[in-house]
Design a protein around this ligand. Sequence first.
Ligand code: IVH
Length: 684
Amino acid sequence: MAAVPEPTLARAAELRATLHHHAHRYYVLDDPGIPDAEYDRLFQELQALENEHPELRTPDSPTQRVGGAPLPQFTPVRHAVPMLSIRTETDTEASGALNFDARIRRELGLSDADAPVQYVAEPKFDGLALSLRYAHGVLVQAATRGDGEVGEDVTQNIRTVPQVPLKLQGVDFAVLEVRGEVYMRRDAFDKLNASQRARGDKVFINPRNAAAGAVRQLDPAIAAQRPLSFFAYGLGEVTPASEGGPAFPTHLAMLHTLKTWGFPVSALVQACDGATDLVAYHAHIGQLRDSLPFDIDGVVYKVNRVALQRQLGFVSREPRWAVAHKYPAQEQLTTVLAIEVQVGRTGKLTPVAKLAPVFVGGVTVTNATLHNEDEARRKDVRVGDTVIVRRAGDVIPEVVAVLPEKRLQDAQLFTMPRQCPVCGSDAVREDLNGESSADYRCTGGLFCSAQRKEAILHFAQRRAVEIEGLGDKLVEQLVDANTVRTLPDLYRLGLTALASLDRMADKSAQNLLAALEKSKQTTLPRFLFGLGIRHVGEATAKALARHFGTLDAVMGATLDQLLEVNDVGPVVAQSLRTFFDQPHNREVVEQLRDCGVHWPEQPPDDSTPKPLAGLTFVITGTLPTLGRDDAKARIEAAGGKVSGAVSKKTSYLLAGEAAGSKLDKARELGVAVIDEDTLKGLLA
Ligand code: IVH
């Protein structure tokens, strides 16, 4: 046999050491240093080298072990039946399922003429494998997987998991080991991290990591505060049928029985006939992935008939009858090329990490928000750093952690600029009621072109005066060319100025002019909202318009008068006063009116009675005569508020035909439910 070349030997040794290091951090310390996808890549590289040169396969190679050694603080538990791992199809396309089916058929000696093999497909939950041991139906031990042979006794912590039954009804076998995954739901994870952050404690990278930390907490009281969930998916040691134990002909039958015994079994488990169904399942769950309440990293296919599972048997530590089929990883490594500071409409400065492009969660990511200075400091992200980026669902990509060992020596601590990067005005960390906020703001106001662009887009949006066709590319050009400096400049645009812009055909220029003309006829609430006064959203703009009737009355109102408006508190009132006290803002308003922006007068209705003042309504279902918008308008005209969701603060749920979950919720919370006639009674 040819000797293994020196560089290959060295690479294998390096991979073994790196994988050992990271496996220890992942399995033993619950503190992963690199994303799973990166670990898998290194693992596969070593596997490939070992396949090519079997003499490299040392007994201590990470490829020959499952998981990590147990922590010395926990009592070791030797598993009566080893806890296996499953082969992974890394090919995330349909071929993963096709390969598995082809392999099973070959190993079972089936020809194309034979019927499809029956499988069970399940989500691959991203948590920790757990073995629950019951003696005569009573939970006596919970153990982690450890290295597959020996795990850790975590019974005390697992007893605090509500979904793990402590006593089984009608089960009296001497031994029953149920295996499954303990995991943390995403909502529980977010809550946990929020409170960790508030206390200045370590935040967890992902729900799996948080679950691992909770399961292996030395203090069960702390474990109990970290809400965990459980799904059952298999069995370990069980009293044999010959001695009165259960016998299951299929995996599915076993899962059904586990459910009747009180174990949570995922509703996403599905019987599949042959490869076609597996492919469809993989695609279907892939679509659901982001909206599930918990993380999954793939799906698992299992041969359904137990007799066939036996026939297929095992290779080393993996059953031949099961396979994991992964989805694109939601965490990847990349490097930080730069940290830029962006300026929002209200002048808020947001640090954004510019990343070397990386494919994560199904898309190529090049930016990740760092939110604010505190957040950027807490994570201590620096230019040149190697970082873990996470993108799950539609949530904006995030830097979850920095790899300190990869930091360049001269990497500089990030500091927020004290000047706006766009206009050079001072950037200040503002005080909110005496407390310093996390945000820096550019003080340049509309002098700052970044704020100007955002202010124009805000004014032009559909919910404000609506200027159709005025998008961000166009605004960018108009502001950069200094053609538009203030909102009224929009209405001074002529055909020549517009047609000279990049990619602006005559026709589009005419359309834009028509849209501008159309936008001049608006309503007072839309106009007020469009001005982009801080803290003045659509609802507040409506309330102001209703209360004061005219723009001049709003502009002239004192703080006290503003505070009389339903829904206007001290922060909003102050913000309005500050805005209208600035001469240049009053100027903008005057000029807009001079340009022809107008709205129908509406009489102030502070004289009209407000029978519904202080009441909050939610509308659901189809009402007999009133449209939803009508009902809303009438409630608001009578001083009431309409909100979208039922809560304890809801005064009445106005319910019509085919009311759904909101009605259930109202009943649950004891919120009064009324019909259209009753509403009319209240209005009279
Ligand atoms: S079955 C003999 N089913 O994936 C087969 N495992 O490497 C034993 N996992 O550590 C495992 N969801 O923690 C199985 N529906 C599922 C699973 C699942 C997640 C995990 C399990 C194990 C790893 C397999």
